[in-house]
Design a protein around this ligand. Sequence first.
Ligand code: C2E
Ligand code: MG
Ligand code: MG
Length: 629
Amino acid sequence: MYQQRDNMVSARAGRRTPDQETMPAAAYPPNEAERQELLDSLRLLDTENEEVFDRITRLVARLLKVPTALFSLVDADRQWFKSRVGVEHTAIPRERAPCARVVESGELLVVPDLKRDACFHDSHLANTGVRFYAGAPLLTRDGYCLGAMCVLGPEPRQITEAERKGLSDLASMVMAQIELQHAFGRIDSMSGLPNRSQFIEDLADLANERTPGEARLAAMVNLATPEQLSDALRALGASYLDEIVGEAVRMLRAAIGPGRKLYHVAATQFVFLAEPGADIVRFCDWLGCWLDMRADTMTSRFVTTTTIGVAPFAVGHSDPLDVLRDMHSAAHDALEGARRVRVFSAEQNAVFLRRFYLANEFGAALEGEGQLRLVFQPKVELATGRCIGAEALLRWNHPVLGEVSPGEFFPVIEQTSLARATTRWVLARALRQLAAWRAVGLTLQMAVNVSAVNLLEMDFCAHVSEQLRLHGLPPEALALEITESALMKNRVLAMQTLNNLAAAGVHLAIDDFGTGYSSLAYLQSLPARVVKIDQSFVRDVDADGHKRALVSTMIKLSHDLGHQVVAEGVETAAVAAYLKDAGCDQVQGYLYARPLAAADFERWICAKWTLPRVRAARPAVDTMELSCA
Ligand code: C2E
Ligand code: MG
Ligand code: MG
């Protein structure tokens, strides 16, 4: 329905002829019902004043040197003033009003003295002391007259030709503005509501009406997440969006009342301002109640999550785009947690901005040179004390931020498409290093961490095999470490990739074991050879009875299922001794070495094992009698 109305306005605009610039259409007066329908569809009645119209109205008053000027819309039984100078009231009856006559004739009307005029001597205006009236029709391009741009004076007077022309021109400017708003992107074509551009302009204009610096509140209602919308559109078709938008507009209109402007700023987002002086707590409570009330009745309640973001701002000081962004991020944050209404938080925003910044910067780091590097942490076999492998860990030295911890940047990039390129970057360099070490006799196994999304890449297994081949390495030289959470999403596909990797001979390890949700259920079905007990269980295990019970159970369980066990985060000899007694196979931790640059790793391995130095063409290390000192 909204669509049709909007098209009606633009279709009419398309039929414009040069004559219509200055003249009403031939068949005047047009059908009153049609005129009324057009007026309703423009959604100007009972809306807030707008600076763009107020400016023109002030100009009209100055031009004709009168105290009162009105942009008057003629409704079924009243004249309603969209913009006014010199009067307080917003409407007067239509009956015997000169503006109604302008609408009927579609022509400029001048009444030099209302008291002496046969038609208007007993009109509402005449009875309230107005003597002079001049009104120019507000004509659409198709000749529908919406009302009049009019002036009122307390004394009888005439109008000059220049004033007549000026009044007509300014009436045309009002119409041009209305048509501009509708035809050129100020009105959303689906809802008929003012859109994002209009909100930005109105917020900037607010400084002209209110005290600059005044604290105000803006709220954004977000009807659904993009994923929910996409799912619903797939399942229910495009008309579903019309349906939920139409329903939301009706409910929001009813909630905020007719005098307040409601903006449709994005497909499923609406914005409005709280009353001046509104208390933030009460405003949020009210919004929360509105959501609860709506939750019981709306049609989309089962498939969408509506949230509201509230942003405080200062009139004239806050950038409208920032206000929109603040509301948007608050509405997004409201998806987490029990309350669906969230006030914008600068701290949370700072976290978000940093995450966003990191994601962007990491992309550049990956493409460029010098910011990313690998370090290697030794893996030590407890029974023999030998170093049997290394875990490759990524390091990022950002030119401004300095060292950024993988604990911070990995969770960020794993949410983006960069995860694929990152694992490929790490894998290529880790295998190149491994090949170099094996070439000089260090027969180590290299462990590389894999992100959850890598397991969903159709060609991941083929890529890994290709890399091994390129570097001349056997598949068992590589262990891929996967966290349990990697299997949470699209489990079937992830399992398929893991099975393919295992079938190709690559070793698999379950990283951070014990921190996931589903350890036991998945443990028996995974083609993994190794379980890595998370360092949170390992730290102080020797001194903590609960941890001892947990770790020894994990070791026993893993062994029973045929897995080897690696304990991460071994920092003390006491922990190492306990783990050895408990039957743990391998350990990693600061007790042995921190993650080291390749050259330091080589020095460490030589020093620990009293090797003079690692030389090319040396026999494999595991054939020598090497043990940790
Ligand atoms: P992770 O795979 O569980 O790696 C073990 C982490 O424990 C490493 O942290 C390591 O430096 C740290 N660590 C080792 N021994 C000790 C110890 O004795 N005490 C303490 N307190 N910590 C120890 P790092 O390097 O900061 O990496 C953190 C996580 O970031 C890794 O956990 C892994 O999940 C992820 N990550 C690092 N590099 C990569 C990578 O190349 N790819 C992927 N997908 N993830 C990576
Ligand atoms: Mg790991
Ligand atoms: Mg770990």
